[in-house]
Design a protein around this ligand. Structure first.
Ligand code: NAP
Length: 335
């Protein structure tokens, strides 16, 4: 018989802050939606960590279950497009923001959010990518509009993060020369080099402190996951006709630039949004990730964790002390 209760990593607002605990919940307490999914895997993203500490830009209503990624099996669907037993993934939209997310063993969501598992990926592999891999692929997709393999080196910032490591795997697979900037050269250089990249530089080496409007060109393109002055520095150091993508704000949500990178070096700045990405592009990106862009090295810099390990890893992520992708594997009750 199917059980009605399930385990969930729940965030509760208290008088003096937000608490996190693994709690039992009932399926009937999940939000309304067309498709009930038993979640087998999720992943830990920076946005989830922000949801855990009451960041209003991510989550407005508590108690709440974070988890912007989920992969699992359809248990029930009122939409004929999905049948019980089918393997599916959900990333983006409102999942894990104000809709209970993949840190619970079950989710219920609108059918429009659900993507059938691409043939070339297992559910676990889909979560190794998850929002981070999807965002990495969107960034590469945009970069390829402006930059070709022989144009020169591509810099990826926030090197040990989920978006960055996935972007490196894709670009290496496509034959690009990749350089990664990290704040953890001392401890993570070897792991990053094992992704097949050309070099690792320090976070400081990718940051301009001169304040000049332009610097000597270094990169054919930059995938920036950090924002702030790192993004401003990327714009100043990109070659003529090159491109920079921006998706993140871990290093700051403001940046200063002159018009010169754009009007003297003809640089293009691409904005990346994985949340509202239209379904046709979403399907194209998942297809690429499951076929020609799929890395042979997919499991590199990933680690499986259980619900009980989320708490400590959220703290580590907020402190910037983690590296690579953490994949949440739900241990299902046996009865
Ligand atoms: N636009 C979208 O649709 C979208 C989708 C997914 C993610 N994002 C955003 O993209 C960013 C990266 O996401 P993620 O999942 O890869 O996060 P992540 O796993 O936490 O990685 C971020 C990396 O940035 C570096 N970093 C951390 N704090 C920093 C600081 N203060 N200054 C400079 N670098 C710092 C760290 O790498 P090193 O220590 O190696 O330098 C860290 O591993 C986040 O801001 C996230 O919210 C946006």
């Amino acid at each position: 018989m199917m059980k009605d209760s399930f385990r969930s990593f729940r965030i509760t607002k208290e008088e003096d802050g937000y608490t996190r605990a693994v709690l039992q919940r009932q399926k009937e307490d999940l939000p309304e939606g067309d498709v009930l999914i038993q979640v087998l895997y999720s992943s830990l993203n920076y946005k989830d960590a922000l949801s855990c500490i009451g960041n209003k830009g991510v989550t407005r209503h508590y108690p709440h279950t974070p988890g912007i990624d989920a992969a699992g099996v359809v248990e029930a669907s009122s939409d004929a497009a999905f049948t019980p037993g089918e393997e599916v993934i959900v990333t983006g939209y409102d999942l894990g923001m104000n809709t209970d997310g993949g840190f619970g063993e079950y989710i219920r969501v609108p059918a429009q959010w659900v993507v059938k598992r691409p043939k070339g990926l297992t559910l676990k592999e889909a979560m190794i990518y998850g929002t981070a891999g999807f965002t990495a692929a969107l960034s590469v997709h945009k970069l390829l509009l402006s930059v070709k393999k022989d144009d020169g080196e591509i810099l990826i910032t926030g090197g040990t993060g989920g978006v960055a490591t996935n972007a490196a795997k894709i670009l290496v697979k496509l034959g690009f020369d990749v350089v990664m900037a990290t704040g953890k050269v001392d401890t993570q250089k070897e792991s990053l080099m094992n992704l097949g990249i050309k070099d690792v530089i320090s976070r400081e080496d990718a940051e301009d402190t001169t304040g000049k409007a332009m610097l000597k060109p270094r990169w054919a393109g930059v995938i920036d996951t950090v924002g702030g002055n790192t993004l401003a520095s990327a714009l100043k150091t990109t070659h003529y006709n090159g491109a920079v993508t921006t998706c993140g704000n871990v290093g700051g949500d403001h940046f200063e630039s002159s018009v010169y990178p754009f009007i003297i070096r003809s640089i293009t700045l691409y904005g990346i949004d994985s949340v509202q990405c239209p379904m046709d592009l979403r399907m194209e990106i998942w297809h690429l990730l499951s076929s020609s862009w799929k890395s042979e090295n997919l499991e590199a810099m990933t680690r499986l964790i259980g619900l009980e390990e989320l708490d400590e890893n959220v703290t580590k992520m907020l402190e910037g002390g983690h590296s690579g992708r953490m994949i949440l594997a739900h241990k299902q009750d046996s009865d």
